[in-house]
Structures are given as C-alpha cells and as structure tokens.
Write a protein that binds this ligand. Structure first.
Ligand SMILES: NC(=O)c1ccc[n+]([C@@H]2O[C@H](COP(=O)([O-])OP(=O)(O)OC[C@H]3O[C@@H](n4cnc5c(N)ncnc54)[C@H](OP(=O)(O)O)[C@@H]3O)[C@@H](O)[C@H]2O)c1
Length: 296
C-alpha cells in the first residue's frame, strides 16, 4: 500500500476507509466494528475517515467504542474527521435549518466532542466539511491554526472546497491546508478538467476522492461503462470496484480514494485495486465511457 506524506512525521495510506455509512450498517456491535477496522488494517489501509455528522452525530461514538475496547488499535491508525455541518439531530437537535458553521466556537466544540467520542487525544487531520458562504476566513483560519498549535489536531484541511475557497482560507492561516476531500469517480469526472485536480496537483496537496464507486452506482450499473469495467476486471480477476478504484490511483495527482463499503468481505478485498495496472489507453477506455463519447 502506497503511503502519502501529509506533514512531517504523518503519513496516510493511499486507500482510506470511510465511515459515513458505519452507523447504517445492520451490525454496529463492538465486535463487528472491530473486525471492519482490522480488515482494513490487514491490507495496509491505516487511515480512517470520519465526520462529526456521520450517523446523525453517532458514527464517531460507534468507532470510538471499538477503539476504547482495544487501545492499541488507535496507534495503528490515522483518523480524519470533519466539522461544520449542522442538522437537527443528536447534539444539534433543535437546529431550525440545515446549515454550516465555521465559527471558532463551533469548530472547537466539535473537535472536543470528536476527541471524546473516539477516545483519542489527537485527531490526525481535521477537515472543514463544506464551504460555508458565511465563513469569516480570519476567524476560521485562526481557529484552525490554534487547534494545530494546541496539539489537538496534527494538521488541517477541507472538503468540497473549490480552489478559490481553499485560497481564501489559506490566506488567513499560518499552518498549511493539506487535504481537499472532493467527490471524484468515474461517475463524477468534472474535477479532472474543471481546475480542481490541476490546482491541487500543482501545489502537491493530497486529494481524497469520496464516493469512489459512485456510492455503489458504478457497481450495480449497466451500460457501456459497466461493460468496460467488467472487461478490465476479468483481465485481472478482480471485481469492478478494484478497477474503478485503480482508475483513480492511476492519476499522477496521487488521488486517495475513500472507500465506503460496509461489507466485511468487500473491505477485505479493497487492496485488490493494487493488482490492476491501467495503461493510458485503458484509462481513456474507461474515461470515454464515463464521458459518454470519445474525447474531442
Ligand atoms: N466529504 C464529503 O462530503 C463526503 C461525502 C460522502 C462520502 N464521504 C466519505 O467517502 C466515504 C465513501 O463514500 P461512499 O460510501 O459513498 O463510497 P463508495 O465506496 O463509492 O460507495 C459505497 C457503497 O457502494 C456499495 N458497494 C460497494 N461495492 C459494491 C459492490 N461490489 N456491489 C454493490 N454495491 C457495492 C456499498 O454497499 P455495501 O456496504 O453493501 O458494500 C456502499 O453502499 C464515506 O464513508 C465518507 O467517509 C465524504
């Protein structure tokens, strides 16, 4: 498994296991969650993606229960979590409208809650989950810098930011933003040409791809893209997921796919993507089908 340097002394596995769906799984028992974490770790997937809001503000607790029961696990993992989305659920019950909150108070409260929920004294990378139209970049930037200075988080980044959102926040910070987590897959190909990937590739930021299997649609879909995924999957004796993931891994920006399956068998096969080596024409064979026609 490739490792990516995030900041000095902190590396992530290129494949990341995402926990958005953790609390939706039919099994959230401590034993089952422990098995999922170990299935990822066994393949060298050491980086886990969380957010305060996942599971209606419960997913960090579900993972935390497993970590508290087996403290050595935490030392083998890197944890990413996010904040700023507020919905009428859990500790934000009563919110009148879904909104984003990038104020210092909200960020600090969210981080403190995340640390308690996951039973850890440090978050490896904290992301601002969605660009907030009301973000005061000086206040948000100062709050993020202070969190790094305090040691509660090792580094900070963002999610779903466009390059101008990134630049605005970074302009008010001392510490570097290190990650942008964006939707990117054969189902959502616009970042390949809209400037998002080019921006991060130029500056050497880590790009995490959320919903790399299109949230499952690429697995269950039919049509030309599905047929082409199957052609390559057959060649390497893997499933479509491995090919769709390899499509992202083949990009020179060193994209880091955040995998979301809840299925233990599928988690155990995530590293199969590494068996697939796509040459330039294979890559365009898939890209063409995703585009719906040949490149101009
Ligand atoms: N930053 C953001 O705004 C944001 C937004 C969305 C997600 N994320 C992150 O990205 C992670 C991944 O998102 P995702 O869960 O949408 O990713 P995904 O890997 O694209 O999709 C996972 C879904 O695909 C299904 N699936 C996987 N393999 C399958 C197969 N062979 N056949 C049929 N279905 C299959 C899974 O079902 P099974 O569980 O049954 O396998 C699951 O429902 C999340 O956990 C979260 O950490 C971030």
């Amino acid at each position: 498994m490739e490792r990516l340097q995030i900041v000095q002394g902190l590396e992530f596995s290129q494949l990341v296991y995402g926990m958005w769906r953790l609390a939706d799984d039919s099994g959230t028992s401590l034993r089952h969650v422990d098995a999922k974490i170990r299935a990822a770790l066994d393949q060298g997937i050491t980086t886990f993606d969380q957010a305060d809001i996942y599971g209606g503000y419960t997913a960090e607790d579900v993972m935390g229960a497993a970590l508290k029961a087996s403290p050595p696990l935490r030392q083998q993992m890197e944890i990413v979590t996010k904040c700023d989305i507020v919905i009428d659920a859990g500790r934000h019950t009563g919110a009148r409208v879904k909104h984003y909150d990038t104020t210092r108070t909200h960020i600090n409260e969210s981080v403190n809650q995340s640390l308690i929920a996951m039973g850890t004294d440090v978050i490896d990378v904290l992301l601002i989950h969605r660009p907030d139209p009301l973000m005061d970049h000086f206040e948000t930037g100062e709050a993020l810098d202070a969190l790094v200075d305090s040691g509660k988080v090792r580094a900070v980044g963002v999610s779903n930011f466009r390059p101008w959102d990134w630049n605005l926040l970074q302009s008010a910070m001392r510490h570097p933003l290190v990650i942008n987590q964006i939707e990117l897959s054969l189902k959502e190909i616009s970042p390949f040409t809209n400037g998002d990937l080019a921006f991060h590739q130029q500056h050497g930021h880590v790009v995490m791809a959320w919903s790399p299997l299109g949230g499952g649609d690429l697995m269950t879909g039919t049509g030309e893209l599905a047929t082409r995924l199957d052609v390559i999957a057959k060649r390497y004796e893997v499933d479509r997921a491995a090919v769709a993931t390899a499509f992202l891994l083949a990009h020179p920006a060193k994209i880091s796919p955040v995998m979301g399956t809840n299925n233990l068998e599928r988690i155990s096969a995530l590293a199969d993507a590494g068996k697939v080596s796509l040459d330039r024409q294979d890559w365009f064979f898939l890209y063409e089908a995703a585009l719906g026609g040949e490149v101009p």
